[in-house]
Design a protein. Structure first.
Length: 246
């Protein structure tokens, strides 16, 4: 991969596994220093930790820092961003990827599951974006990317859909607000279903036809292209990974 992001620093929230880990690796391969941020400091039910992803990036010649971060806690987010700035000197790129999935009919969706989707998938995006903006502004511009969804292949994912759709509206509005600061603001979703560890755990056994499955590296390539934007380029858009043509 061409090192188009040399000298840049990226903060990737939700990077201990799945799409987030794939994007973190892709950004590092493109030359960025990457803060691998998530709650997963220790191995849990799902494979992957911030430490293992950061170590893997370094083993491949990249630069990475494991940063503990709970996106539902403003204090935790602020600490993670401060640690990143202290280590790398600033932040140029944000990938707001942390997310949780719930599948089930509305009438049997527990309130705590609905609220968890909103807390992580929407409020988490708000908190990491709020914390990162001043640092990207200080750099003279950069790129903010929120990972959203097409909703393909997920019947009953109402709480997930609502939270991701709200995050898209947040970012589409923010793009106009940050043009004067030379900051690109875009959303990125898979064109098809990426069978991550989170999907395997939360998909309730839903079978996805092979033609609807997207290779994870498509999201990595698309994220690198968006990460290289500023307000003079592509901004205020919702991009699909396999359809990104600029």
């Amino acid at each position: 991969m061409t090192r188009t992001l040399e000298g840049k620093t990226a903060f990737v929230a939700g990077a201990s596994r799945g799409i987030g880990a794939t994007i973190a690796h892709a950004l590092a391969a493109a030359g960025a220093s990457v803060a691998v941020a998530a709650r997963s400091e220790q191995q849990g039910k799902l494979p992957g930790t911030i430490g293992s992803v950061a170590e893997s990036i370094r083993a491949q010649g990249g630069t990475a820092l494991a940063v503990p971060c709970d996106v539902t806690s403003e204090a935790s987010v602020d600490d993670a961003v401060a640690q990143t700035v202290s280590e790398f000197g600033g932040i140029d790129i944000l990938v707001a990827n942390a997310g949780v999935l719930w599948l089930g009919p509305v009438e049997t969706t527990p309130l705590k599951r609905w609220q968890l989707c909103l807390d992580v998938n929407l409020t988490g995006v708000f908190l990491v974006t709020k914390a990162v903006i001043p640092h990207v502004r200080t750099r003279g511009g950069g790129s903010l990317i929120a990972i959203t969804t097409t909703g393909v292949g997920m019947p009953g994912a109402n709480a997930y859909w609502v939270s991701k759709a709200a995050a898209e509206r947040l970012y589409l509005g923010l793009a106009e607000d940050l043009k004067a600061d030379n900051i690109a603001v875009n959303c990125l979703s898979p064109s098809r279903v990426v069978l991550t560890e989170g999907w395997q755990a939360g998909g309730m056994g839903l079978e996805i036809p092979p033609e609807m499955v997207e290779p994870p590296d498509a999201m990595g390539r698309a994220a690198v292209r968006l990460a290289g934007q500023d307000a003079g380029g592509v901004t205020g858009t919702v991009q699909r990974s396999e359809e990104l043509t600029f």
